[in-house]
Design a protein around this ligand. Structure first.
Ligand code: FES
Length: 167
C-alpha cells in the first residue's frame, strides 16, 4: 500500500509517494536522495540516522515516514553549507570530532538538539536531570549524547566540540 506524505525538509516543501512501511530514514535517503543521514544498525541502537523532527531529535530508522505528514524535518544537509558551516559543524572540524565520519551527521544533529533541549529546559531522558546552566558539564553532554555511538571512539573530541558551542 502506498500513501502520499507531505514533509517540509530543510525548509522545502516535499511531496512523497511511499510504501506505508517505509521508514523516515529510507524516505530521506531513497526517495529524497538526502544521503547525509546514515543507516548504521537500522534498529535504534547507534544514532547514525538522527534527524530533527519538529524541533526534537529522533532516530529516523525507528519511525515511518507516513507518521510525519506535515512535519518539519531537518537533516545534516539543512544545517549548513560547505561555504557556511553551522557553528556545530565548524566546531566538529576544529576539534577533529570524527574519524571515519559515518556517525558524524547523526552526532551533529543530536548535538544541535542537545543545546536546544537545554535552552527549553527539557530533562535528560535517562537521569531526569534538568540542567539549565548555560554551560553544560562534560558529564551532562556525554549522558545526553549517549545514544550516538562512534565506533572509532572519537568521543573526547566530540565532547570538546559541543563544549565549545555550548559556551
Ligand atoms: Fe537508526 Fe542505528 S540506524 S539508530
Amino acid at each position: 500500500v502506498t500513501s502520499k506524505v507531505a514533509l517540509i525538509v530543510n525548509g522545502k516543501q516535499r511531496e512523497l509517494n511511499v510504501d506505508t512501511r517505509t521508514t523516515l530514514l529510507d524516505a530521506l535517503r531513497e526517495n529524497l536522495h538526502l544521503t547525509g543521514t546514515k543507516k548504521g544498525c537500522d534498529q535504534g541502537q547507534c544514532g547514525a540516522c538522527t534527524v530533527i523532527v519538529d524541533g526534537r531529535r529522533i532516530n529516523s530508522c525507528l519511525t515511518l515516514a507516513v507518521m510525519h505528514n506535515g512535519a518539519e524535518v531537518t537533516t545534516i544537509e539543512g544545517l549548513g553549507t560547505p561555504d557556511k558551516l553551522h557553528p556545530m559543524q565548524a566546531a566538529f572540524v576544529k576539534h577533529d570530532g570524527y574519524q571515519c565520519g559515518y556517525c558524524t551527521p547523526g552526532q551533529i544533529c543530536s548535538a544541535v538538539s542537545v543545546l536546544d533541549e537545554i535552552r527549553k529546559g527539557i530533562p535528560s531522558h535517562v537521569t531526569g536531570d534538568l540542567t539549565t546552566a548555560p554551560l553544560l558539564t562534560e558529564a551532562e553532554i556525554r549522558e545526553r549524547m549517549s545514544g550516538n555511538i562512534c565506533r572509532c571512539g572519537a568521543y573526547s573530541n566530540i565532547v570538546d566540540a559541543i563544549v565549545e558551542v555550548s559556551g
